[in-house]
Design a binder for this molecule. Structure first.
Ligand code: G6P
Length: 596
């Protein structure tokens, strides 16, 4: 949550910062703000709402150094006052994370006469800097940081220091060198891709001082540290809409490439060898735990169905937020797979940390190779979906299923791996066909006018139903639920009436009749139904009766979530557009939830 950016040594800092905030807006869009050093003095502009609300005010700022922020509100509602940067004395600060001990510090500072102008936890940081300042910036930052508990990435501006300071603890920050002595920092690589030639990712407990063409580093004890700079990864290059009206539909169209590139990366990064070696070393894994949040949890849940069937060992999927606070019995015989698009989701990162501490072998399955999760894991299994901008995940989900299928096949051994690679080669064309031919407009209209939409499925279609429901809620705000088809009658059916629509997912012919019975129960209560099925999988009586039927190409059962999710993503997208919502930036959400 929240995006940070800093720059120095540039012609017009505000212009650069504003552009960077646009790239980081997916991290939160409750408010935006910029502070610059104008003739040595801090001047700030901040506004509630989207980054574009700041445009005019940002254009009035000059100066060659500055910091910027785009906010996802945690402490304090979205407002001008709660927008960052926060300023005290000669300091201005932007923060991503949560200062857990802020109330105690605030009480102390208020007692000493510091006046707070916001309800945020972040404001304590800037007052602490002001309090400890005795003329030495490094000492001041070290003293302030020592007081903080929780998670924090910070960018700091200080009058008298032509540059900025970046601090990293449990939330991401990357620094980079640009041309002509320009220096940058940002929460994520895409914001730096067009600016920096080479970048370095700070580790927890590190501080960067960027000034006069040079970046130096120290740890929280003040000891100098060395960081390795490398070129911005090609996958992180900032993406533009390229003719599509929204990132969501652009990214759905990129699903075939996401699957193909993920399969390549698995081979390129020698995951097969690493995973086989790990399994051998531990005498095989006795169980697999898969964790993630939101969409990543749904891909883990889908994978748990095929991996358990393939490997014949217990494979469980759980939301990371639940796993981390549970007394779980993971140990040396457990393979723990943390699934996360961003690799920064706090619950997933902490779940992986807990599993590692309990002795499990930890795999990070992520779209972001330089993320916090990759730093914890024993092995990284790459997802190469490319930068995903839309807050609602689409192509990364399909990339995750592809990577999880390869992981499962690797552990199976024999010909499973080559068979999976071959199956994945065929999937791209099936996805393309689903994207262009599946015709969701009528279903989207029905969703837009429904009081609730219930997505149902059995077996591996159930996690897909969950994902379809999440997608629709996220981007269109139409209420509904994902349910196992057999469970509907045990309670949720009480909600079905003439205003409800059910979307049944059927990709397994053998379960088609069973799901059809659930649909009959919906019809009997006056509801309507749409059936999303793999070619030839819907029982004929259902195909005749359904109000809407959407067919996608058939594929091997274990890969079906990659194809069957596409109409559901398209239904969500079109429903959002019909209702006039912004599918890329749904209300109240952020793409990377880096707080608990
Ligand atoms: C947020 C996003 C979801 C995403 C989830 C997990 O809640 O809004 O779309 O699925 O985080 O994100 P991750 O980066 O860990 O996959």
């Amino acid at each position: 949550m929240c995006g940070l950016i800093g720059c120095t040594g540039v012609k017009c800092a505000a212009k650069i910062l504003y552009g960077g905030l646009e790239d980081l807006e997916y991290r939160g869009y409750d408010s935006a703000g910029i502070a610059v050093l104008e003739k040595g003095k801090i001047v700030a502009a901040k506004r509630k709402g989207r980054v574009c609300a700041l445009k005019t005010a940002a254009e009035e700022l000059c100066g060659t150094s500055g910091i910027g922020h785009t906010r996802w509100a945690t402490h304090g509602r979205p407002s001008d006052e709660n927008a960052h940067p926060h300023t005290s004395g000669r300091f201005s600060v932007v923060h991503n994370g949560i200062i857990e001990n802020y109330s105690k510090i605030k009480e102390e500072l208020e007692g000493e006469g510091y006046e707070f102008s916001s309800q945020t936890d972040s404001e304590v940081v800037v007052h602490l800097l002001n309090k400890y300042y005795r003329g030495d910036l490094k000492e001041t930052v070290l003293c302030a940081v020592e007081r903080l508990k929780g998670a924090f990435a910070l960018c700091i501006l200080c009058e008298g220091y032509e540059g900025f300071v970046a601090v990293k603890y449990r939330n991401p920050i990357i620094v980079g060198y640009g041309s002509g002595g320009a220096l940058y920092a940002a929460s994520d690589m895409p914001a730096l891709a067009g600016l920096s030639g080479s970048v370095a990712v700070l580790k927890d407990g590190q501080i960067a001082f960027a000034s006069e063409g040079k970046i130096s580093f120290c740890d929280f004890y003040g000891e100098p540290v060395c960081l390795t700079f490398s070129p911005v990864p090609a996958a992180a290059r900032s993406t533009r809409l390229g003719g599509f009206p929204h990132y969501m539909i652009k990214e759905i169209n990129e699903i075939p490439a996401a699957v193909k590139n993920t399969a390549h990366a698995f081979a390129e990064e020698k995951c097969f060898a690493a995973l086989s070696r790990a399994a051998k070393k531990r005498g095989g894994f006795g169980e697999i735990f898969m964790c993630g949040c939101g969409t990543a949890y749904h891909s883990a849940l889908a994978a748990s169905y095929f991996a358990e069937a393939e490997l014949g060992i217990p494979v469980r999927a759980e939301t990371a937020g639940e796993f981390r606070y549970k007394k779980s019995a993971v140990g040396g015989g457990t393979l723990f797979v943390a699934v996360s698009q961003s690799g920064e989701t706090a619950d997933t990162v902490e779940a992986a940390r807990a599993a590692k501490a309990a002795g499990a072998y930890v795999v990070a399955l992520t779209n972001v190779p330089y993320s916090a999760l990759t730093g914890i894991a024993d092995t990284v299994v790459p997802v190469r979906a490319g930068t995903e901008i839309c807050v609602a995940a689409t192509k990364s989900y399909c990339g995750q299923i592809a990577a999880l299928a390869l992981l499962s096949a690797t552990l199976k051994g024999g010909t499973a791996y080559s068979r999976t690679l071959a199956d994945l080669k065929e999937i791209g064309a099936k996805c393309s066909a689903a994207i262009s031919d599946c015709g969701v407009e009528d279903v989207a209209r029905a969703c837009a006018s429904s009081s609730g939409v219930y997505f149902i499925g059995r077996g591996i279609d159930y996690p897909v139903a969950l994902e379809g429901s999440l997608k629709l809620k996220e981007v269109s705000y139409v209420p509904g639920e994902g349910y196992p088809a057999g469970e509907l009658k045990h309670g949720t059916i009480a909600l079905i009436d003439g205003g409800t629509l059910a979307v049944a997912v059927i990709t397994d012919r053998s379960l088609g009749e069973k799901t059809a019975s659930a649909v009959e129960q919906i019809y009997s209560r006056g509801g309507r139904a749409a059936v999303v099925c793999a070619e030839g999988c819907a029982p004929s009586n259902l195909a005749e009766r359904a109000d809407f039927i959407i067919e996608v190409p058939a594929c091997p059962a274990y890969l079906s979530p990659i194809v069957s999710v596409i109409p559901l993503q398209l239904i969500a997208y079109r429903t959002a557009v019909i209702l006039g919502r912004d599918p890329d930036k749904p209300r109240n959400l952020a793409k990377s939830v880096t707080v608990e």
